[in-house]
Write a protein of this length. Structure first.
Lengths: 259, 320
């Protein structure tokens, strides 16, 4: 079967320094892939390379087997929806207009577009926010609008860049639970996370963890793997200690860098 | 169609106001009154409405495309480019017989487009911040301004004075012939910008987001800046550079109805169509001895608005 998303020997350079260094990764349909790694390890660039926002200096990005560079913007939008790190725009915009704008790739009347936007808002539990201004929303409310926009775009794959950042524990959990639901509905999810344990909110056998270090895949495995601790140590370059709470196993980062 | 119906009442409100500005000014009781109204003031009001609509819409579009509320045709150098083009024709060309020549809008458009393309190429660079775009615009405005001043020195005083007067921006020289020259450019520019509303709705949430939602950003940006330049160039060719309309009108509209292009753009067009004829009328009554060019009035109103936006932006930035 052809991979839904594929990077083949992808290299992105910042001047002379590689941000992605001959990195190859395949994501199959219905899979959940969590990207972890220290700051500057290339997590965001990996996502941006797949979206075509960070052009590759070497290698190829393919979507369903077709080179990314041969696809139109609309075709890309049908395959991939993106939740960037920078947050919603600070412009004075109505929630319903923002979510409706995510449906640009469809040729439809304004009425149909708004109807779909409202369904998406309902799906994200944000239908009560429809006529609010986005610049007056709280962090949790903004997150709901972001998720609703992704629902409205109706793309196959969701690419999320640290969606748990700046959120309280409740909203972090809700965001991950929401992703879990999208997986059940057949979406593919690629998510950049700092804390692997957030994946505990997702009950999916297909969860794969990919650890980046200096633009390369340093470790990959499953959340349930026995060597997760070693993997985290390889990726972050510091020791991790095992802790058990209830029936769950956690890895707590130590302070000393590994020799 | 639905959208058209929604705006109909507002259009019906704006047109009478724009027309009514023709009656503001020294009384029209004397025998020449009727003639002055029909041949001078009504064409002026009409031209003012068209120019105001285009400048205001162009301001809104450029602001969305460059993601900066301070970006307008006059701050990114489009107006200066058009002005230089026109001055070059005025001064180097056939001397004083420049009235109604089709070469004028062409020169204005060439100047406007040249500057806008330079700005757009700055804006299209990968790491360009909007500040870079504005600074490049200021640099280009200063450069073209210097060339324009130099051009004025090279000619006789009469030409130089008329060029200076024209470069203040004024609607006094409008006649029916100039309106018919202006009208097609206004229609093309406005219709084109309105046609871009759908992609603009996505672009307002961020350029990269728009790209991932299916917008061909480069194409939309080129088209948008081109259409804005075309309209601005036609306006400059008709009545000289009139600054700040593209800054004030969209800014006021944004504070009332928000930033969504689907309301911002039509509302800016309507406000501009009312605002400029009103400013022109103010220039007619404010000083008894003589008329003040409308460009001077809009600049006097615009500078404080510009200042206010800068201060407010500074405040919202430091809050983060």
């Amino acid at each position: 079967m052809v991979a839904l998303l594929e990077l083949d020997q992808a290299t992105v350079l910042a001047g002379e320094i590689p941000i992605l260094d001959h990195l190859s990764l395949e994501v199959s349909e219905g899979e959940l892939v969590a990207i972890i790694g220290p700051n500057g390890s290339g997590k965001s660039t990996l996502i941006r390379a797949l979206l075509g926002l960070a052009p590759l200096d070497q290698g190829t990005a393919r979507i369903e087997g077709r080179p990314l560079t041969t696809l139109t913007a609309r075709q890309r939008a049908a395959s991939m929806a993106w939740l960037p790190q920078d947050g919603l725009s600070a412009e004075r915009l109505r929630v319903e207009d923002v979510v409706a704008a995510a449906r640009f790739r469809f040729n439809e009347s304004r009425q149909d577009c708004l109807a779909a936007a409202y369904r998406a808002l309902e799906d994200a539990g944000a239908d009560s926010l429809a006529d609010r201004w986005i610049n007056e929303l709280s962090g949790g409310e903004r997150q709901r609008i972001e998720l609703a926009s992704m629902v409205a775009q109706e793309s196959k794959c969701w690419l999320l860049d640290e969606p748990a950042n700046h959120l309280d524990p409740v909203w972090r959990a809700r965001t991950l639970k929401f992703l879990s639901r999208r997986l059940e509905q057949g979406n593919t999810v690629l998510v950049v996370l700092h804390d692997v344990h957030l994946l505990g909110h997702i009950e999916a056998a297909q969860t794969r963890v990919v650890g980046l270090r200096q633009g390369k895949i340093a470790w990959q495995g499953r959340l349930s793997d026995q060597d997760l601790g070693e993997g985290l140590e390889t990726v972050h370059g510091i020791p991790f200690e095992r802790a058990v709470a209830g029936d769950r196993e956690y890895w707590i980062p130590g302070e000393e860098p590994l020799e | 169609m639905m959208a058209l119906m929604r705006w109909l009442p507002w259009v019906a409100l704006a047109i009478p106001i724009a027309v009514a500005t023709a009656w503001i000014g020294p009384p029209l009781d004397d025998p020449h009154g009727q003639w002055i109204l029909q041949e001078l003031r009504l064409p002026r009001a009409l031209a003012g409405a068209m120019v105001g609509a285009v400048l205001s819409a162009a301001g809104a579009v450029v602001q969305i495309l460059l993601r900066n509320p301070l970006a307008t045709p006059s701050t990114i150098g489009t107006t200066a480019g058009a002005t230089l083009g026109v001055l070059a024709v005025l001064v180097l060309g056939s001397g004083s017989t420049w009235m109604g020549l089709p070469i004028l809008p062409a020169a204005a458009f060439a100047g406007a487009l040249l500057v806008t393309l330079i700005i757009a190429s700055v804006a299209a660079r990968d790491r360009a911040r909007t500040e870079d775009v504005l600074l490049a615009g200021i640099a280009l405005t200063l450069a073209t301004g210097a060339i324009a001043s130099g051009l004025r020195l090279g000619v006789d005083q009469v030409t130089s004075l008329s060029a200076l007067r024209w470069s203040l921006g004024s609607l006094t020289i409008i006649g029916p012939d100039r309106i018919s020259m202006l009208a097609p450019f206004v229609v093309i520019s406005l219709a084109g910008m309105l046609w871009l509303i759908r992609p603009l709705e996505v672009l307002i949430s961020g350029i990269e987001r728009a790209r991932t939602r299916g917008v061909e950003v480069t194409r939309v940006r080129t088209l948008g800046l081109g259409l804005a330049s075309l309209g601005v160039a036609a306006c400059v060719a008709t009545c000289g550079p009139i600054a700040f309309v593209g800054l004030i009108c969209p800014h006021l509209v944004r504070r009332v109805v928000g930033s969504a292009p689907r309301t911002l753009l039509p509302a800016s067009i309507l406000l501009g169509a009312v605002f400029l004829p009103l400013c022109d009328s103010i220039g007619r009554v404010i000083w008894e001895q003589r008329e003040i060019p409308v460009g001077v009035i809009t600049a006097a109103l615009g500078a404080p608005v510009l200042f206010m936006i800068v201060v407010r932006r500074g405040r919202t930035h430091s809050k983060r």
